[in-house]
Design a protein around this ligand. Structure first.
Ligand code: AKG
Length: 279
């Protein structure tokens, strides 16, 4: 069966996001969920600060990137051909590389994730990236559900882009594109994957429950994208990609298409990715 069908592709192209239900089964979710739990514990488990003692950015989530590099058993998920093919068909790309993967664990009591577009945060062009957001337990409005502004990926850059701001003096909506629609909130059922375009305005609710919202993302870019700005980024500087150069190398291997059971080697000798909280 080919996933997604034409109507899901059309939805993604119109709205800039799409939910695909029943993508993973319970066995896959339990298996990969426990691998990501262990990986996050290894990266940030020694950080005993309560949520309220963290920076505003860290209060939104524990962010652990490039987990595929030091967790061999996670590679089959990060480089899943079903996931990659789906992302490629939605984006309309013939080949995708990985920009990075990441766990985004919104702790109990964690605050909202500020509204933003992803692309302005990244020194990559053109805006041909897509994220697969995988909530291992599903998501609810009480526990960090995501919201997306339908069609915002077709409006260009919004007037904000700073997820890193520490001063939150302006309540939503503080991006004022006249055609911007209100966010559609998505309560994702367990097993579903939500895909969004790098220009789609999105945010996540706070986590008012007592359990961590465990999400894992794979972020892909169309093969052929280049470095657009000099600001340091682990996906570029660790492998020496200069301004204007095509982005390729062991940190950003081809994610799809790959031959069956062919998983990329982890980069070696390039230094570790940031252990947590990268912007
Ligand atoms: O999981 C979240 O809270 C935010 C996710 C997000 O912003 C993204 O995947 O781009």
């Amino acid at each position: 069966m080919t996933i997604p069908d034409d109507s899901l592709i059309e939805t993604f192209r119109r709205d800039g996001f799409v939910v695909i239900d029943n993508f993973f089964d319970d066995i896959e979710l339990d298996f990969f969920g426990s691998i990501v739990d262990r990986a996050v514990e290894n990266r940030v488990g020694s950080d005993a600060r309560p949520v309220g003692a963290k920076s505003l950015y860290e209060q939104s989530f524990q962010q652990c990137m490039n987990l595929w590099e030091d967790n061999e058993d996670l590679k089959p998920l990060t480089f899943s051909q079903k996931l990659g093919e789906t992302a490629g068909l939605l984006l309309g790309a013939e080949a995708l590389r990985i920009w990075h993967d990441q766990a985004l664990f919104k702790e109990a009591g964690g605050r909202e994730t500020d509204p933003h577009q992803d692309w302005p945060l990244w020194p990559i062009a053109p805006a041909r990236q897509i994220t697969a957001w995988i909530p291992f337990d599903g998501s609810t409005l009480e526990a960090g559900a995501m919201g997306y502004s339908p069609g915002s990926h077709r409006l260009g850059l919004a007037k904000f882009s700073d997820i890193t701001r520490e001063l939150r003096e302006k309540p939503y909506p503080y991006f004022d594109h006249s055609e911007m629609k209100d966010l559609s909130w998505v309560e994702a059922s367990r097993g579903s994957v939500v895909f969004h375009h790098s220009l789609t305005v999105h945010q996540a609710k706070a986590n008012t429950t007592n359990a961590t919202r465990r999400a894992y993302c794979v972020i892909y870019f169309e093969d052929g994208c280049t470095r657009s700005r000099p600001h340091w980024h682990q996906s570029l500087d660790r492998q020496g990609v200069e301004d204007g150069q095509k982005i390729e190398g062991p940190v950003t291997p081809v994610a799809w298409p790959r031959s069956r059971n062919d998983l990329p080697e982890s980069p070696s000798g390039l230094g570790s990715p940031p252990q947590s909280g990268f912007r």
